[in-house]
Design a protein around this ligand. Structure first.
Ligand code: AMP
Length: 560
């Protein structure tokens, strides 16, 4: 397909904020596509979601490429960037003024774009930067102004056309089925495969039953099932029924373990491959879990190697991204794997089996080995007193609370379900994303020292306040200003004096005392006494609190 056709659609999509209009534009466009790869490009990606490959290009390199392909100096490109605040627009403007003098060279196709972009993450070793630069420059040199805007935005993984997977899902439903059930079937196929391109290909034939045949594949990451909240045990019983399973809610991070014969792969809930980071997990699975092939859902929790006490998530969070000194980390910050579900066993999907059967199987195949790998602590009861006692015990053991689970329910990948509930003592924390920051002064100059927090909404992120408290000056004391500054700097979109705006990538956990109404922030709410408690490298912006979550919490506290 000509890339200009796709660029035209990007422009149309960007020109409206109305979801229905976007769906309409997309559904018409879908009929013109033959190649599933165009679907990835529509999402601003070059691969399906389950592929753990990122383009990983810095703004600096893009600036160089714009400069090289237009003959304008890098300094001038930066100047324009500061003025306009979007390198995509900068490329468009500069290429436009150049094009008035020269005639366009080649016709760009989506195949050519993907061909070049897919080489970027593969390059390694000497001369990498130059090779990357020439791959990008080659594209920009052949690009029309509008094409260049979207090439640059794709490179920087920030398409800004307000499209999510769910928008394309709805468009696929509209284009090829036009029934209510099809939306559910498409979503289910997507949750199992994490490949919207594949789902598109199947849907194009217009047969719903083909979508239902899409099944789990061991080794490919799957979206986990998420829980809803209940305020206490009695409410939990009411929602999930009696008797039910009650388990510790471990304060760690989600780890999905895939075993396919000899090959073990570990994924976070963001579908990131963390196999290399946790060699001990591989050892434990090999030693203590029976079976040729399986997919286990678990929570990995840190514990103190001397006292053996469980530690909060923050203590081990650094292990998730760590690429070096893995062995040292493994000894310093050991984890215990608490397995609480199984999705697949020896060639068979268990998604539709009742939870009770799945949890029984877990106990049969795992040789429970504390501080290494165990089935999650669990009771099955209809007794309120026993349940409350178990809840108390979980808290005394430094865990966050309990999960209550209906015994007959299936495993629904990717859904937040009402048959699995979480109960924590005080729900006064949110996961939010950093959308901006301010440079500090005095002792903190050189560091970003105050962070603008955003919650999710259908259309981008809305501010809910700023946080500084809880971040440390010294690295030894916890997460420091220096560390967060280093994470945010490559994400800067624009600067205005001491204030910067960043791409929304860094998810953090924030505790607070109260929610207030506030006209100062775009969400209409502000958190009172916000405090930073953890970086969440295991979560992405789909996992953060939504405006609705904040409104609900505000209502719950009595609208004060
Ligand atoms: P939240 O992160 O507050 O939405 O709580 C749900 C999370 O608790 C899940 O995504 C898991 O990572 C974690 N969790 C800890 N223990 C369990 C358990 N026994 N069953 C299910 N999820 C658990």
């Amino acid at each position: 397909m000509r890339y200009s056709n796709l660029a035209k659609i990007y422009e149309e999509l960007a020109s409206t904020t109305k979801r229905l209009e976007k769906t309409e534009i997309l559904s018409k466009f879908l009929h013109t596509i033959d190649d599933k790869n165009v679907i990835y490009l529509l999402l601003g990606n070059i691969y399906p979601e389950h592929e753990d490959k990122k383009i990983g290009i810095s703004e600096q390199l893009v600036i160089k490429a714009i400069s090289k392909s237009t003959g304008v100096s890098s300094e001038k490109v930066v100047q324009e960037w500061k003025k306009i605040g979007d390198l995509g627009e900068v490329a468009k403007a500069l290429i436009k003024s150049k094009k008035q003098h020269t005639l366009s060279s080649h016709v760009l196709t989506t195949e050519k774009i993907l061909d070049n972009l897919r080489k970027l993450p593969e390059l390694e070793g000497k001369g990498t930067v130059d090779k990357k630069l020439s791959l990008i420059t080659e594209l920009l040199t052949s690009a029309e102004p509008t094409e260049s805007k979207y090439i640059v935005r794709t490179l920087l993984e920030d398409l800004r056309i307000g499209i999510q997977q769910s928008t394309i899902r709805d468009a696929i439903a509209k284009a090829f089925f036009n029934t209510k059930e099809s939306n559910v079937a498409i979503q289910k196929a997507l949750d199992k495969s994490n490949d919207l391109g594949h789902v598109f290909e199947i849907s194009k034939k217009g047969k719903l039953e083909n979508l239902e045949k899409v099944s789990l594949e061991v080794g490919k990451p799957v979206k986990v099932m998420l829980a809803q909240k209940a305020s206490d045990i009695p409410e939990g019983f009411e929602e999930v029924g009696k008797p039910c399973a009650i388990e510790y809610k471990y304060d760690g991070f989600r780890l999905v373990i895939n075993k396919d014969k000899d090959k073990i792969t570990l994924y976070t809930r963001r579908l990131e491959n963390v196999t290399r980071q946790f060699p001990e997990a591989i050892e434990y699975v090999n030693k203590y879990v029976k079976g040729n092939s399986f997919i286990l859902d678990s929570e990995a929790v840190g514990f103190d190697k001397e006292t053996k006490k469980y530690m909060p998530f923050q203590a081990i969070s650094q292990r998730i991204k760590r690429k070096y000194e893995i062995e040292k980390m493994k000894n310093e910050l050991p984890i215990e794997i608490n397995v609480f579900d199984i999705l697949y066993y020896n060639g068979k999907s268990l998604l539709d089996e009742p939870f009770e059967k799945r949890t029984k199987l877990l106990k049969q195949i795992i040789k429970s080995t504390p501080y290494k790998i165990i089935p999650a602590k669990q009771i099955i009861t209809d007794n309120l007193e026993k349940a409350e006692k178990f809840y108390k015990q979980a808290l005394e053991n430094n865990q966050e609370g309990v999960m209550m689970k209906n015994l007959n329910s299936p495993y629904n990948p990717g859904s937040r379900v009402g048959h699995m509930l979480k109960i924590k003592p005080s729900e006064k924390d949110f996961d939010l994303v950093i959308i901006g920051a301010e440079y500090g002064t005095g002792k903190r100059s050189g560091w970003l020292s105050s962070f603008d927090l955003g919650c999710g909404s259908g259309n981008g992120f809305l501010e809910v306040g700023k946080v500084s408290t809880g971040v440390k000056e010294k690295r030894e004391e916890g997460v420091s200003y220096d560390e967060i500054t280093k994470l945010l700097k490559p994400l800067i979109i624009s600067e205005d004096g001491r204030n910067i705006k960043v791409r929304p990538k860094i998810v953090v956990t924030i505790t607070y005392q109260e929610i207030q109404k506030s006209p100062k922030y775009s969400s209409g709410f502000a958190l009172r006494f916000p405090r930073f408690t953890a970086l969440r490298p295991d979560r992405n912006t789909e996992d953060i609190a939504s405006l609705e979550d904040i409104e609900n919490a505000y209502e719950k506290q009595g609208g004060k």
